[in-house]
Design a protein around this ligand. Structure first.
Ligand code: TRP
Ligand code: ZN
Length: 495
C-alpha cells in the first residue's frame, strides 16, 4: 500500500501542459496511382476559406471535419465528422533500430459530409493514405494528419482509411506530472501506456476517449520477443525468418489511450479465475518472483469486483509488469500494466476497478476524470475493507483530517484541470466524495447505485451529471449540496 500511495503521489506531484503539439510537419506525396485529386504538399487551403485552426476554433472549409472532437480542455485532441468503428493495426517493430512501420486500417462512419477529415498522429513519415482503396491526398501539421479523399464522403457513409507509416516512435515527454507516456522504447521492446492522449505516438486515429472502437493487432517482432496487446490472441504466434507475428483482438469497445502493444521478453502464466474468467499475467524476467502473486491477486480481485460492480465487462483479465521504471501503472483494457515495480494489492485493486470505471464506462470529457480515478481510488479502500484491514470509513477520516489549508481542498475534483489532470484531489477527494455519498444514502442504495451505474452505461460514455442524477433517483434524496461541496468547491467540505 505504501508503494501505491507514493506512485500515485509521484503522478500528482507536479504541473504539466498536456496539449502541446510536438509533432513535425512532415509531408509526403501519396502513391501515384492517379486516384487523388489534389497534391499532398504543404498546408494549402482552398481559396476563399479560412484556415482551420489547430484548436478547432477557426472556420473550416465546407465539408471539413473538425480538427478536435470538441473537448474544450483539449481542443486539438480527437477529431470531428466521423466515428471510428474499428482499427486494424498491422505493425512491425525492431527494438534494435527502434523502427516502427506498418499500416493502420480504420473503418469509420461519416457523421457529416466530409471533403477532408483529420486523424491524430505524432511524428513518423506517412507514405501513403487511401480512402476506400483509392489514394487520397494528405497534409501534416503538428499532430494533425488531414486526409483529403478524392471525392467527398457523404454523410452517413461507412468508409475505410488506410495509412502506411514508418519511423521512430517518440513518447510524449516534458509533461512533468505524468513523466513520459505513449510508446516508450525499452531495451528489449516497448512499454506502451498512453493516457491521456499518447495513442497518437504509435498509430493514427481519433485520439480522445469519446470515440471508442474495436481493435485488431497484427504485431511482428524479432523471434524471442513477446508482443502483448489488448484482448485475446486469435491464434498461435507465427514465426518465420527470425520474426514472430502475434495477432490480438479486442472485441469490446475501447478508447485509444487504453490500447497497447507492449513488447519484450516476458514470462507468462495463463489460466482462469475461480469464476472462470481468462487470466493472463506476464512479467519481465527481472520480476519473475512477482508472477504468481500478480496472477493470483489479479484473478481474485477481478472476481471480487464482479460481485460488487456487476459482471466483468471484458473477455479476459490479468496484468503485465515490465522493467521500464515508470513508477506508475495504467489500466490498459484487459491488461493493466505496471511500470518497473512489483504491484501490491492496492494498486492491483485500483487498476482492475478501472476495467469497470474508465474502460467499460468512459468519460466524454477530461474534466469528469474523477469518474475514473475517484472510483478506482475508492475501490482501493473497499478492497482493504473487504480484507478486514482499514474500513473505508477509517481511510476517509484519515484523508479528511488534512487541514483546511491543504492543497486537496483547493482543487475541485469534479472539474479536473487540463494543466493538472491527475491531481491528487481527483483521486483522493474523488474517493472521499463517494464515501460521503455512501454515508448519506446508506450501504444498500450506494452499492445498488454502483451496479446500476455499470449496467446502464456498460461499454458507453458517462458524465458527472448522469451520475449525480442516478444517485438522486436511487436514493430518492436531494444530493445537490453534497455533490456541490465535495466536487465543485475550492474549500474543505463541512463534516
Ligand atoms: N490512470 C492511471 C492510474 O490508474 C494513471 C495515469 C495517467 C497513467 N496517465 C498515465 C499511467 C499515463 C500511465 C501512463 O492511476
Ligand atoms: Zn487510476
Amino acid at each position: 500500500m505504501a508503494s501505491t500511495t507514493s506512485h500515485r503521489r509521484a503522478l500528482a506531484a507536479a504541473a504539466v501542459l498536456l496539449c502541446t503539439t510536438t509533432g513535425t510537419a512532415a509531408c509526403s506525396s501519396p502513391g501515384g496511382d492517379g486516384g487523388s485529386s489534389s497534391p499532398a504538399t504543404g498546408r494549402t487551403v482552398p481559396s476563399g476559406a479560412t484556415a482551420p485552426q489547430p484548436d478547432g476554433t477557426g472556420a473550416l472549409p465546407p465539408g471539413a471535419g473538425a480538427p478536435g472532437i470538441g473537448d474544450p480542455d483539449f481542443p486539438s485532441d480527437g477529431n470531428g465528422g466521423y466515428d471510428v468503428a474499428r482499427y486494424r493495426l498491422v505493425l512491425g517493430y525492431d527494438p534494435a533500430t527502434r523502427h516502427l512501420s506498418g499500416t493502420a486500417g480504420i473503418r469509420a462512419k461519416a457523421t457529416q459530409e466530409l471533403t477532408r477529415f483529420n486523424l491524430d498522429l505524432s511524428g513518423f513519415t506517412v507514405g501513403r493514405v487511401t480512402v476506400d482503396g483509392r489514394a487520397a491526398a494528405f497534409e501534416r501539421s503538428g499532430t494533425e494528419l488531414t486526409v483529403i479523399p478524392g471525392r467527398p464522403l457523404p454523410e452517413g457513409a461507412d468508409f475505410t482509411v488506410e495509412v502506411a507509416y514508418a519511423g521512430e516512435p517518440k513518447p510524449v515527454t516534458g509533461s512533468s506530472n505524468l513523466g513520459t507516456y505513449g510508446f516508450i522504447p525499452t531495451r528489449d521492446g516497448a512499454f506502451v501506456t498512453c493516457e491521456p492522449n499518447g495513442a497518437k505516438t504509435w498509430f493514427p486515429g481519433n485520439d480522445h476517449p469519446a470515440d471508442k472502437a474495436l481493435y485488431e493487432f497484427e504485431i511482428t517482432v524479432p523471434e524471442g520477443i513477446t508482443a502483448l496487446a489488448n484482448g485475446e490472441l486469435t491464434g498461435e504466434p507465427v514465426t518465420r525468418g527470425g520474426k514472430t507475428t502475434y495477432s490480438w483482438r479486442e472485441d469490446h469497445p475501447m478508447v485509444t489511450y487504453l490500447a497497447t502493444m507492449t513488447l519484450g521478453k516476458f514470462t507468462l502464466r495463463e489460466g482462469r479465475t475461480a469464476s472462470g474468467i481468462k487470466n493472463l499475467a506476464a512479467v519481465d524476467p527481472r520480476f519473475r518472483g512477482s508472477l504468481d502473486k500478480l496472477y493470483t491477486l489479479s484473478g481474485k480481485i477481478t472476481d471480487y469486483w464482479a460481485t460488487v460492480f456487476g459482471p466483468y465487462p471484458f473477455s479476459s483479465t490479468g496484468g503485465v509488469v515490465d522493467d521500464f521504471s515508470a513508477g506508475y501503472a495504467l489500466e490498459n483494457q484487459t491488461k493493466p500494466m505496471y511500470g518497473g515495480f512489483s504491484p501490491g494489492e492496492g494498486i492491483i485493486a485500483h487498476e482492475l476497478a478501472h476495467q469497470w470505471f474508465g474502460n467499460s464506462l468512459s468519460i466524454k470529457r477530461w474534466k469528469d476524470l474523477w469518474l475514473n480515478e475517484g472510483f478506482a481510488t475508492y475501490a482501493e479502500w473497499l478492497w482493504e475493507e473487504h480484507q478486514g484491514d482499514a474500513t473505508a470509513e477509517q481511510t476517509f477520516r484519515l484523508h479528511y483530517a488534512a487541514p483546511a489549508g491543504d492543497a486537496i481542498w483547493k482543487y475541485a475534483p469534479g472539474r479536473a484541470r487540463p494543466d493538472d489532470l491527475f491531481n491528487d484531489s481527483v483521486y483522493t477527494r474523488g474517493g472521499m466524495t463517494l464515501h460521503a455519498l455512501r454515508r448519506k444514502i446508506g450501504d444498500r442504495d450506494f452499492f445498488e447505485l454502483l451496479k446500476t451505474w455499470n449496467r446502464e452505461h456498460r461499454y458507453g460514455y458517462v458524465t458527472t451529471e448522469e451520475f449525480t442524477a442516478l444517485a438522486e433517483k436511487i436514493s430518492g434524496k436531494d444530493l445537490d449540496a453534497l455533490f456541490d461541496a465535495w466536487l465543485f468547491q475550492e474549500s474543505k467540505p463541512a463534516a
